[in-house]
Design a protein around this ligand. Structure first.
Ligand SMILES: [Zn+2]
Length: 334
């Protein structure tokens, strides 16, 4: 009997020490929160201010679409109690790693949060036929099915790039954290109110920053600005790469050169990609060129990053549209 009691106690102590014995739904107060990308991490850091600091999974120097975890990053997944990611339509390469831990963590998927409305991925014209840019969806469907929409199943996952969407994200994540960690719920909810007020101010600033760029057409390296365009009145009319990880073909580049003549005023690359092709197109077509950053590249992580990143992005964009040294006089009219 004494042996039986001893064995039972051993079993209990093993269960207590086992790293993943914590049942799903049980989190410490404050919980160990891990966020995949910098802009969302920034919003979560604001919600948790005064309670704890969330961990960041990925720096902004690689593409989250295809980022494969380093061993140091994978170990962060195992230490977390709550993991907040954008979702499989944006971070497809993380799905497998998250599937492996999903039974021992609380997984919060931003694209699935209450109030989030996802837009379909944009379908740009992708072929040149007799000197005109035509829509692949109407003329070369098999090719379009293969190459369009890197963000399968056809929804655009870059939803944080508009302050109104950030408000929805902040409100929903604060509610989720408040439910998981009820002791700190008042703090999460009060912080979220403060961030929402700051996001209202940011939105007003961006609307006024982009006023002079209303309707301005442009090209990007890969399509990530749809939510920004809708919120602030700009218009992306084409992307060099449909899949950001696949080199553009000669035909793709031909399409973009045609699009450059369809009223585009600038072409933008992104710091996490090798964008020699964008510079070459800018030089060939005379379009203004700038880098736009949607991930907080070079910015210190934390509650202010989201606001700095959005202001910098809007400024870079507006400046590219209104710079004097534009070579194509007809498309540069302000
Ligand atoms: Zn993307």
């Amino acid at each position: 009997m004494r042996l039986l009691v001893l064995c039972f106690m051993c079993l209990v102590s093993v269960l207590i020490k086992a790293p993943h014995a914590v049942a799903k739904g049980t989190v410490s107060s404050p919980p160990k929160v891990l966020v995949t990308i910098k802009p969302i991490h920034s919003l979560v850091a604001g919600i948790m201010e005064g309670v704890g600091e969330p961990e960041l999974l990925m720096e902004a120097d690689s593409s989250a679409h295809t980022h494969h975890l380093k061993p140091s990053e994978a170990s962060k997944l195992h230490k977390a109690q709550v993991i907040i990611w954008v979702g499989p339509i944006y971070e497809a390469a993380l799905k497998k790693s998250l599937d492996a831990v999903k039974n021992s963590v609380q997984l919060i998927t931003v694209t699935g949060l209450k109030g989030v409305h996802l837009l379909p991925s944009r379908a740009f014209h992708r072929a040149v036929d007799g000197g005109c840019v035509v829509d692949l969806h109407s003329c070369h469907n098999s090719h379009a099915d293969q190459e369009d929409h890197h963000e399968i199943p056809g929804k655009d996952g870059h939803l944080w790039l508009a302050a109104p969407n950030a408000k929805i994200i902040v409100k929903a994540i604060a509610q989720e954290l408040a439910q998981l960690d009820q002791r700190n719920a008042p703090r999460y909810l009060a912080n979220s109110q403060k961030i929402i007020k700051k996001l209202n101010e940011l939105h007003a600033d961006l609307v006024s920053e982009m006023k002079s760029a209303k309707g301005a057409k442009y090209l990007t390296f890969h399509d990530f600005t749809q939510y920004f365009d809708i919120a602030y009145g700009t218009q992306c009319i084409g992307a060099v790469r449909i899949n950001p990880e696949v080199e553009p073909s000669a035909a793709d580049l031909q399409v973009v050169r045609h699009q450059a003549k369809e009223g585009a005023r600038a072409i933008f690359s992104e710091p996490q990609f090798d964008t020699k092709s964008v510079r070459t197109i800018a030089e060939d077509t005379g379009l203004n060129y700038a880098q736009l950053d949607a991930l907080g590249f070079g910015l210190d992580k934390g509650p202010n990053l989201y606001f700095e990143m959005m202001r910098r992005l809007a400024y870079e964009m507006r400046k590219a549209f209104t710079e004097e040294e534009c070579i194509l006089p007809l498309v540069c009219k302000r």
